[in-house]
Ligand binder design. Structure first.
Ligand SMILES: [Zn+2]
Length: 432
């Protein structure tokens, strides 16, 4: 570590117990999404802490956003502290929602147990790495920076936002629509998602979800020639994908440094398939009825590279379906868009990227790696709605642990990345 970084390291380390306690407090509020529980409680807990330390806190409900209801209101927190003079605003954004617990846990998912037997120490719990540990590290980093540099210029913002796990529409998307991420208000954004303390995530691939339906005609299953099977038509679609589309997508390589390596190509997943008679209700003991399927539907998840345009990706799929139609009598289909996100990648020369790369090198003594996420996160809204390009994800934690049983965050990793974040503030907010 270089000498100039040492006071920041010491300041963050002196807050180590506080960092652990804050992470535990966050994990112990089970902000499960869906349906979106305890959002207000977690925002109030953070607001109470930050208000007592001189931050101006606003609790903002995304009224009317998808998922928002009186029973499960979508609450968000924005906390801001002004420096001694004018300057840019650096914003740390973390989502406070967590996914369901699932099976296979050996620890209490909301107990925030500490295990010091592992090197550096670990805190366990749902959301530990994705991303309550990241929120806690950003809070400690900001507090340490303000303590060390009380005369800094500009402003620091911290936000804890709803619903990232379900698309972010009641969180960052809504705040961006309110102008909270406009470039005249916020100049630099860091999202402390668990990308590992020595890596800077520049953005993510895009997405297109769609439902494809093949049509048929119902008839008695003993005389299928009197009907037309939508399932066989869908089989032809899947066969066409296997033979022509999958090899083409796998060969389409990207310049985006996506991790893991396997995601450095276009990918396609069929999320689900349903055809013919509906699944029987649980407890039904009878037999199915013999019918030719008059409908079959799949939901596809196509991940899009920065070299591709979502419109071209859609056209490619329609062309595939049209080819099948041209050679199969009776074939007809419908396609319905469900969701789409453009790929996004911040420039490596962007100020927040350079400042973070410098800070990583100073704290860890190694060059930062540049990565891109295979799936999307809230950067999409900051880019598309907020029109703010100077945004990265950088935070502690191991990405692979996200959404898994026995999820944990490393305490030493949180200290390291909080030191990096404090140095980024020192770099971007001169004065002091
Ligand atoms: Zn996350």
């Amino acid at each position: 570590m270089d000498d100039a970084a040492l006071p920041f390291r010491a300041e963050v380390e002196s807050r180590g117990d506080d960092l652990v306690a804050l992470t535990q407090d966050l994990i112990r509020i089970p902000t499960l999404n869906p349906p979106g529980r305890m959002y207000r409680e977690i925002c109030e807990m953070l607001a109470a802490r930050l208000t007592a330390r001189g931050w101006r806190c606003e609790l903002l409900r995304a009224t009317g956003a998808p998922g928002d209801s009186d029973r499960y209101p979508r609450w968000n927190l924005i906390a801001r502290i002004e420096g001694a003079g004018p300057g840019p605003c650096v914003h740390f954004n973390g989502h406070h929602d967590v996914v369901e617990v699932g099976h296979g846990w050996t620890r209490d998912p909301f107990g925030a147990e500490i295990d010091m037997d592992h090197p550096g120490g670990r805190i366990f719990g749902r959301g530990a790495c994705d991303m309550k540990g990241g929120i806690a590290a950003a809070v400690i980093a900001a507090e340490a920076f303000v303590a060390l540099r009380p005369g800094f210029a500009g402003a620091v913002e911290l936000s804890a936002t709803a619903d990232e796990e379900s698309g972010g529409f009641g969180g960052v998307a809504w705040l961006a629509e309110q102008g909270r991420f406009s470039p005249d208000r916020v100049q630099h954004v860091i999202i402390p998602e668990p990308l590992h303390k020595d890596r800077i995530c520049l953005g993510h691939r895009g997405v297109w979800w769609a439902e494809i339906e093949t049509k048929g005609r119902i008839a008695h299953g003993s005389m299928p020639f009197l009907g037309d099977s939508a399932i066989r038509h869908m089989g032809a679609v899947l066969e066409e994908m296997e033979t022509h589309l999958y090899p083409m997508l796998a060969a389409r390589r990207t310049a985006m440094p996506v991790i893991p390596e396997g995601a450095r190509a276009s990918t396609l997943n069929v999320n689900s398939i349903h055809g013919g008679e509906a699944e029987p209700e649980p407890g039904y003991t009878g037999l199915p009825a013999p019918c030719v399927a008059d409908r079959c539907r799949i939901v596809i998840d196509r991940r899009v590279l920065i070299e591709e345009a979502v419109e071209e990706v859609k056209a490619e799929m329609r062309a595939l379906l049209d080819r099948v139609r041209a050679r199969r009598p009776g074939f007809d289909y419908a396609i319905r868009d469900l969701f789409e996100v453009q790929p996004t990648m911040t420039d490596r020369d962007a100020p927040v990227v350079r400042a973070t790369a410098r800070a990583v090198a100073r704290v860890l003594g190694a060059e930062a790696g540049f990565v891109v996420s295979p799936g999307t996160y809230d950067q999409k809204h900051i880019d598309r709605i907020g029109r703010l390009k100077n945004c990265i994800a950088y935070g502690p934690g191991v990405l692979d642990l996200a959404h898994q049983p026995d999820e944990w965050i490393g305490i030493a990793d949180m200290i390291d990345s909080a030191t990096v974040m404090a140095l980024v503030l020192d770099d971007l907010l001169p004065g002091g």
